[in-house]
Design a protein around this ligand. Structure first.
Ligand SMILES: Cc1cc2nc3c(=O)[nH]c(=O)nc-3n(C[C@H](O)[C@H](O)[C@H](O)COP(=O)(O)OP(=O)(O)OC[C@H]3O[C@@H](n4cnc5c(N)ncnc54)[C@H](O)[C@@H]3O)c2cc1C
Length: 325
């Protein structure tokens, strides 16, 4: 059988595109398939966000997976739950739990679970009439249109110095992440953005000795890119650019990488002032395994010894799905 559409990646974008194809382009669900290695759609989104301990999204309620931007607000109106439990100011940012509940309803409304083929696309061949996508299982799927929605969530960024730390060093977005401490420990969280801040706060609340190591000053931004990117103001120029390498550079340049919104920054500052989190603003040059832990050698010549390192250094900024930029 040749499907009308094959979406590679069942994350935030893949799921939304499937909903749009069905709801707005009148594509019949049975003519669509979504390939994703997760047991369920949105698996990477859920595990990455759960790890950080974040309570609320950074983005406003209109950014959701339904085809109608006000859909999340409409769901909130229909529930007998105080708005303050579902949203945080400013910009009505939904709680992670409520956002995920809304995602589940979008998936259920369009029966997207039934379109999910659990697998990984590893090869593609084109003919004049269709594409032939090979999965790692050996199975092949034929489709007239293919959407690549592979994201970057399988490409956690590891600084070079972090490679020799054995099982004392973990990346919080590693697909197999099992690095949270099970007893009180001294932990260095490495990173300067929102996830580093959230993980540091989560570990501090659990009673750990937390060091937050960032190579730059705190950068406060409400969003991780200017809202103009969601409309014609910036998107018109972007859409006109046909060179994918230049597009990728535009995306990298547009993002406020390593930034925190005011609410996370305020909580962090509070914890720093109260000596509950120690912040180190310095690059790291090396690490050494020592008898009962790990020793970080900083660029300014100082050292920091901890039992565990959690990298919150984000994702590699190459293309979604990997490959050169
Ligand atoms: C902790 C955290 C908090 C965030 N908070 C927000 C927020 O508040 N607001 C916001 O707008 N954004 C937020 N983001 C960013 C948001 O998660 C990403 O922009 C979004 O997930 C990108 O969606 P995507 O579908 O492109 O990629 P992903 O969500 O990464 O999904 C891609 C999927 O493709 C799969 N895949 C990869 N390769 C293949 C292959 N070869 N074959 C088949 N499948 C493949 C992956 O396994 C994955 O399931 C947050 C990100 C993180 C990590």
């Amino acid at each position: 059988m040749i499907f009308e559409w094959l979406i590679i990646g069942g994350g935030i974008h893949g799921v939304h595109i499937a909903a749009r194809l069905i709801d707005e382009a009148d594509v019949k669900a049975e003519n669509i398939r979504i390939v994703d290695p997760g047991k369920n759609l949105l698996e990477r989104w859920k595990s990455c966000t759960e790890t950080t301990g974040m309570g609320f999204l950074r983005s406003p309620s209109v950014h959701n997976l339904a085809t109608e931007p006000m859909s999340l607000m409409a769901l909130a109106e229909s529930l007998d739950v105080p708005k303050s439990e579902l949203f945080a100011p400013p910009y009505n940012r939904p709680s992670l739990q409520f956002f995920n509940e809304h995602c589940a309803r979008v998936i259920s409304r369009f029966n997207l679970d039934t379109l999910h083929v659990q697998g990984r696309a590893i090869n593609a061949k084109m003919t004049c009439d269709y594409s032939q996508i090979e999965l790692c299982s050996g199975e092949e799927i034929f489709a007239k249109n293919v959407v690549l929605a592979m994201g970057a969530s399988e490409q956690p960024f590891w600084p070079k110095w972090a490679n020799n730390g054995g099982d004392r060093v973990h990346h919080i977005f590693d697909p197999k992440f099992q690095g949270m401490p099970t007893k009180r420990e001294s932990i260095a969280v490495v990173g300067g953005g929102i996830s580093a801040g959230q993980v540091a706060l989560r570990l501090q609340k659990q009673g750990n000795e937390v060091h937050l190591v960032s190579r730059h000053e705190i950068r406060e931004h409400q969003f991780d890119s200017e809202p103009g990117w969601l409309g014609p103001r910036y998107m018109n120029g972007f859409s006109k650019e046909k060179d994918f390498n230049i597009r990728r550079k535009m995306i990298t340049h547009a993002r406020h990488r390593g930034s925190l919104p005011p609410d996370v920054n305020n909580s962090l500052q509070q914890a720093i002032i109260c000596d509950q989190i120690t912040r180190h603003e310095c690059g790291i040059s090396n690490l050494k395994l020592v008898a009962d832990g790990i020793c970080l050698e900083m660029n300014d010549g100082s050292t920091l010894q901890v039992e565990r390192i959690l990298l919150a250094t984000g994702f590699a900024t190459n293309r979604p799905g990997g490959g050169i930029c």
